[in-house]
Unconditional design. Structure first.
Length: 303
């Protein structure tokens, strides 16, 4: 890539701020998003990651439980995660109760906070009660979809309602987005964290690509870097291993990501210990010149 020396000069003033852990403004983020020099963008993101976490990159092994029932085994999961949209509050509670023995002490998380709001008919007080029932049944946390809960003010109130009911909201994701909306989602995540202090990780890459405006690898790495530079109050910037695979995960670490989520808890290919998903993750993290550490679904070190 031939890049004008002027490009690096244009972002030179941001290097010291990234190293100092200072949050970036919207104007700063727009400059990084528009920068054609991916080397410079990566340098800023990696500098911010190291300022926040040093060389540590964490990963979590997750056993996913779909609406069809419990899998044959949970493997060596540090988290059991319920996925799918329950048709009613009763169904949601029944799925939680069924999964508690299967989790066998591993953190049980699941569902989308947007779906829980819908089951509570948009009533925040009813959501508090529903969250309390889910927590009593054994669910520890749910996930926050940044693009499905309206504006920032409403998103903050929904998170507060869930946590008031005892249900943690540790992880924020983006389900659908466009390149133009990515910065809006990043800013909203930082604002929600500033108001609630609930989040432990943010996965800024959309889980489902828009057919008319698919993202590119260039968009993805810039998004990772900007998320790390803007969301300085969120401990981890995350990439979903099961969605994006080892190649993007390794590159994402060089651009500021410091957590790999949804690593399979079982070796379905039966390739042996050295080629198991956990060992593959460790190799990819080491190849990115970082130190791998496994965590639980609570984002705590796993012994």
């Amino acid at each position: 890539m031939n890049v004008s020396p002027l490009t690096m000069v244009e972002l030179q003033d941001l290097e010291a701020r990234a190293a100092a852990g200072e949050p970036f403004s919207r104007a700063d983020a727009e400059r990084v998003m528009a920068c054609p020099d991916l080397v410079t963008v990566g340098m800023l993101g990696e500098t911010a990651r190291k300022a926040s976490r040093g060389d540590l990159v964490t990963f979590g092994r997750v056993c996913v439980v779909g609406p069809g029932g419990l899998p044959a085994e949970r493997g060596d999961a540090g988290e059991v995660r319920l996925e799918g949209t329950p048709a009613s509050t009763d169904e949601a509670l029944a799925r939680v109760r069924q999964a508690v023995p299967f989790a066998a002490g591993a953190p049980l998380t699941g569902f989308s906070l947007a779906d829980l709001v819908a089951l509570a008919r948009g009533d925040h007080l009813a959501l508090v009660d529903f969250a309390r029932d889910l927590r009593a049944a054994g669910l520890e946390a749910t996930v926050l979809p940044l693009d499905r809960l309206g504006d920032t003010e409403n998103t903050v109130e929904v998170v507060r309602a869930a946590t008031r009911g005892g249900l943690a909201v540790w992880r924020a994701v983006v389900e659908r987005s466009t390149p133009e909306a990515r910065l809006d989602h990043i800013e909203r995540t930082q604002a929600v964290q500033r108001e609630t202090h609930a989040l432990r990780a943010f996965a800024p890459l959309a889980r489902f690509d828009a057919k008319d405006t698919p993202s590119t690898g260039y968009d993805d790495v810039r998004t990772i870097a900007v998320a790390r530079l803007v969301c300085r109050e969120i401990p981890s910037i995350q990439v979903d291993w099961s969605l994006y695979g080892p190649k993007l995960a390794q590159v994402a670490i060089a651009y500021g990501a410091d957590d790999l989520d949804a690593v399979p808890a079982t070796d379905t290919l039966q390739l042996g210990h050295r080629r198991s998903p956990a060992e593959d993750v460790r190799r990819q993290i080491a190849a990115a010149f970082a130190e791998a550490a496994e965590r639980t679904g609570r984002y705590e070190p796993r012994s």
